[in-house]
Design a protein around this ligand. Structure first.
Ligand SMILES: [Zn+2]
Length: 580
């Protein structure tokens, strides 16, 4: 009690002695900025400050002079009680530490940035960045067990994602929280700047309009502005989703799919493949989800893109030697490997000829590698994350095997010339762990009775593995117990979901809350599991754990130890010599 009242007193005195909030400078303190890359410098001064009283300096010199630009000063920006100072689209050419000071009404705030150079010339011709969305250590281990087999403690082979010379732990936290989402996580890889939840290619300032926040350049912007390299973005999520959007987008809100399609068009990556076609259609077109009349399919076609909607059409476009391909294979996400190849659930009956991530990767490499100046390709296996949210272990593990097959295809391409940097990394982790085996030969009916731990964790008996590394039978008597550390209230019977992706929870009687999906409670042996998440959670959540990065090829030796996610950008632009 005493400690508590002391703490309260300390808090109160802190409140009374702290003056009004200090000015905030964007980019934030400790930002790492590629020499020559563009960014918006914004300072938010609290309250009303006459323009003449505002002073912003770079290493002691007036910022406006340093950048050769007149600042825009906005009082009460967006109705907020602040004065905004803007220098948009500036860049710093000289590498080194830079101190920015912002002064008004006798108060000064400062931040330090590091401007980094890259060696002249480049060591890599191509960079392929693989993102396993939510790809955590347990997914990796489970995919290795399922795909390569585990007997007497030894695996029957190596995964392509493991068999690489360089490895690092990557920390993923954003500017606003210790647990990231896929937007600011990807943004760190594609811009080298940290950001906040839901944001892509911007710092999160006070602006009301999502598109007005201070921008930083993405690797997609940079490559198209500075080089003749080809750029590819392929995924099995909707193409507007956070990870693929991270290559091109600048918005405070990742859900701005209409704007993100426009940003894809503005940057024009040479190869774009994924789901999410409705936001490309003018609103008058049946099935459109756009709010305007712009027909982006026509615009892309007018810009020289071959538009394809199936695996067969994609293969034909590649065979015909097309250099720009827009592939949209589903109205939503492309189906994952388990449904696409074996169970034919999900939307496979509606979209029977979708490519998987491996098909997309091969088509993208074949197309992009025609460019004599090299290419940057981002490949995402998106549904490792989505199936971990829906607490569906077999689907998440299958899509990890699919990622591995895509990496294998890239390695086969890279082996020919040794001029390609390959990076495989997750954007963030999920709280998943392998805790043993669910063993139907154990007595009882419920998951707790079927679970074998320690000496009782028998080797799984999945059906024989096919040529692509997938087990041909997953509904077997001994299965990996992949435990999800976070759940809403749900019902659980520790069996694979053979009829389609798990739906762990449904809307409850109280608005905004979720309860167990009653259908799951009817499954044989199902038990009720009390959730450990806030009541508004309908699925599992991300974790703040570090993730594993593996890499190979020229420039990849920088990956070792523990690194912030922003260093992935730095490694890529260094390998490509992008500083100007
Ligand atoms: Zn996620």
């Amino acid at each position: 009690m005493l400690a508590r009242s002391l703490f309260a007193t300390a808090l109160l005195s802190a409140v009374f002695t702290t003056p009004v909030a200090a000015q905030t400078i964007y980019p934030l303190d400790r930002a790492e900025i590629l020499a020559g890359s563009k960014f918006d410098l914004k300072v938010e001064f609290p309250g009303a400050v006459p323009a003449g009283d505002v002073k912003v300096t770079v290493d002691g010199k007036d910022a406006a002079e340093v950048f050769g630009m007149k600042p825009q000063i906005v009082e009460k920006e967006d109705g907020h009680d602040l004065t905004a100072y803007w220098l948009r689209g500036v860049s710093l050419a000289k590498a080194g530490k830079v101190k920015i000071e912002a002064t008004a009404a006798g108060k000064t705030a400062s931040v330090g940035w590091e401007v980094f150079d890259t060696p002249k010339g480049r060591v890599a011709k191509n960079v392929i960045l693989f993102i396993g969305d939510g790809f955590s250590i347990a997914h990796r281990t489970a995919a290795r067990i399922m795909s390569k087999g585990l007997h007497e403690g030894r695996y029957g082979g190596e995964l392509a994602v493991d068999d690489m010379p360089h490895m690092a732990l990557i920390s993923t936290a954003g500017t606003d929280s210790i647990v990231t989402d896929s937007a600011n996580a990807m943004s760190a890889y594609t811009t080298g700047h940290k950001s906040c939840v839901n944001a892509l290619g911007v710092y999160c300032a006070s602006n009301k309009n999502n598109l007005d926040h201070p921008k930083v350049e993405t690797i997609g912007d940079l490559l198209k502005r500075e080089t003749k390299m080809a750029v590819g973005v392929v995924t099995n999520s909707e193409i507007e989703d956070a990870t693929p959007a991270g290559v091109v987008a600048h918005t405070r809100k990742r859900a701005d799919f209409d704007d993100i399609v426009k940003m894809f068009y503005d940057v024009k990556p040479d190869v774009i493949m994924g789901g999410g076609s409705p936001h490309f259609l003018a609103k008058t077109t049946p099935g459109s989800k756009r709010k305007d009349d712009v027909d982006y399919l026509k615009k892309f076609e007018d810009a020289g893109y071959a538009f394809v909607t199936t695996k067969t059409e994609t293969e034909k476009a590649v065979a015909d030697g097309k250099t720009k391909i827009l592939g949209l294979y589903n109205t939503g996400n492309v189906d994952g490997a388990l449904d696409l190849k074996y169970l034919k659930k999900g939307t496979v009956s509606k979209f029977p000829d979708q490519p998987d991530v491996v098909d997309e990767t091969k088509a993208a490499i074949a197309t992009l590698s025609k460019n004599p100046d090299g290419f940057f390709l981002m490949v995402e296996s998106a549904r490792i994350d989505k199936y971990s949210h829906s607490l569906d272990p077999e689907r998440a593990i299958f899509d990890t095997i699919m990622l591995d097959d895509a990496v294998k295809a890239a390695k086969e391409f890279a082996a020919k010339n040794d001029d390609t940097m390959i990076i495989v990394v997750a954007d963030h982790a999920h709280p998943v762990s392998i805790i043993g085996t669910y063993d139907d030969d154990r007595p009882g009916q419920t998951p707790r009775e079927k679970l074998g731990t320690y000496a009782d964790a028998a080797e799984p008996n999945y059906g024989p593995v096919d040529a692509e590394g997938y087990p041909t039978d997953i509904d077997v008597s001994k299965r990996i117990a992949l435990n999800f550390g976070t759940t809403p209230d749900t019902c659980f019977n520790a069996k694979p979901f053979m009829d389609g992706e798990n739906v762990p929870a449904v809307a409850g009687a109280t608005k905004g809350t979720y309860v167990e999906n009653p259908k799951n409670c009817e499954r044989p042996g199902a038990v009720h599991v009390t959730g450990n998440l806030p009541f508004d959670a309908s699925s599992g959540v991300h974790s703040g754990d570090d993730v594993v990065l593996t890499a190979m090829g020229p420039g990849s030796e920088v990956f070792h130890g523990r690194l912030d996610n922003t260093r992935v950008f730095r490694a890529m632009v260094t390998a490509l010599g992008l500083a100007k």
